[in-house]
Design a binder for this molecule. Structure first.
Ligand SMILES: NC(=O)c1ccc[n+]([C@@H]2O[C@H](COP(=O)([O-])OP(=O)(O)OC[C@H]3O[C@@H](n4cnc5c(N)ncnc54)[C@H](OP(=O)(O)O)[C@@H]3O)[C@@H](O)[C@H]2O)c1
Length: 271
């Protein structure tokens, strides 16, 4: 199996590096194409990949074409790919808002996977949600799942609406966690801790809570009940959040991202 990654930016290289560790691939079976001379120079010095600057030399030999350019470059890449591709090839796109119908229409391919990654993919702890067109077989889906899992975990969803929905939860979600961390760090500073100690207090609290959560079947609500005793300090904080409707505001924020993903999808349809 040969994979072509188009776009050697943050995400393209993250997936290229992840997939190069897959047991499904033999060494040097990842081709990477970029238009930037600087990136090409770096790629040529990277023994993991074969670097290309011309689609004609790499697209026809790929079994899977993985597209990681910015959405505004999608149309020109698809139109260049169109005369070079053949029916059995699978195209995976991680471009926000670019729909399966658009990709089919512009490339002429029918085996399309649309995926939504998130930032922790860069350290192998990402979450990629993905959806596939009807022509992608079950066996091909298993291969794709295994390739996406090289950057963390993947979740197959049943239709494209869930790609926009997962943008509101896992795609944009790391920023919600950073928002919460920032507020806690500001509270720690206000209490008189140094910036360094504030950072340690907050980071270790997040890491510890998440590891507890992952090692157990308890829901977040059950964990809160375990930590907060009646009349205690944690209950005072949770009551303050409840009284200020923080939970509802977080849900509203996730829906704002979901709705924006739907809107961006409409703006970026080039057909
Ligand atoms: N970053 C995230 O957390 C995240 C999350 C979800 C989805 N995504 C999606 O991932 C995609 C890539 O994002 P990114 O942050 O990795 O972008 P990026 O760092 O800008 O990488 C894109 C790369 O593609 C190159 N490029 C541009 N036009 C090209 C062409 N015609 N052929 C080949 N290469 C071309 C760019 O070169 P130049 O720099 O010279 O233009 C750049 O090296 C986007 O579509 C985004 O929607 C990203």
């Amino acid at each position: 199996m040969k994979i072509l990654v188009i776009g050697a930016g943050n995400m393209g290289l993250t997936y290229a590096e992840g997939m190069s560790k897959s047991k499904l691939l033999k060494k040097r079976n990842i081709m990477v194409l970029d238009t930037s001379e600087e990136k090409l120079e770096e790629l040529r010095n990277n023994p993991q990949f074969d670097a290309f600057d011309d689609l004609k030399k790499c697209a026809p030999q790929a079994d899977i074409i993985f597209i990681a350019v910015k959405p505004y470059h999608a149309e020109s890449v698809f139109l260049k790919l169109n005369p070079l591709v053949k029916p059995g090839q699978i195209l995976i796109s991680i471009m926000a808002g670019v729909t399966i119908d658009t990709i089919k229409h512009l490339t002429g391919l029918t085996k399309i996977v649309r995926a939504m990654p998130n930032l922790p993919a860069q350290i192998g702890r990402g979450l990629t949600s993905f959806v596939a067109s009807e022509d992608v077989s079950r066996i091909e889906l298993l291969t794709i799942e295994s390739l996406l899992d090289t950057t963390g975990k993947s979740v197959l969803v049943s239709d494209e609406n869930f790609i926009d929905a997962s943008t509101g939860i896992s795609g944009s979600g790391p920023a919600y966690v950073f928002y919460f961390m920032q507020s806690m760090m500001e509270a720690a500073l206000k209490m008189g801790f140094t910036p360094n100690v504030s950072k340690i207090l907050v980071a270790q609290t997040f890491t510890g809570a998440i590891e507890l959560f992952n090692q157990n079947e308890l829901s977040p609500n059950s964990w809160m009940d375990k930590v907060a005793s009646k009349g205690g300090t944690t209950r005072a904080a949770l009551d303050s959040m409840e009284n200020n409707n923080v939970g509802e505001l977080i849900k509203d924020a996730a829906f704002a991202a979901f709705e924006r993903a739907v809107e961006l999808g409409k703006e970026k349809v080039h057909v």
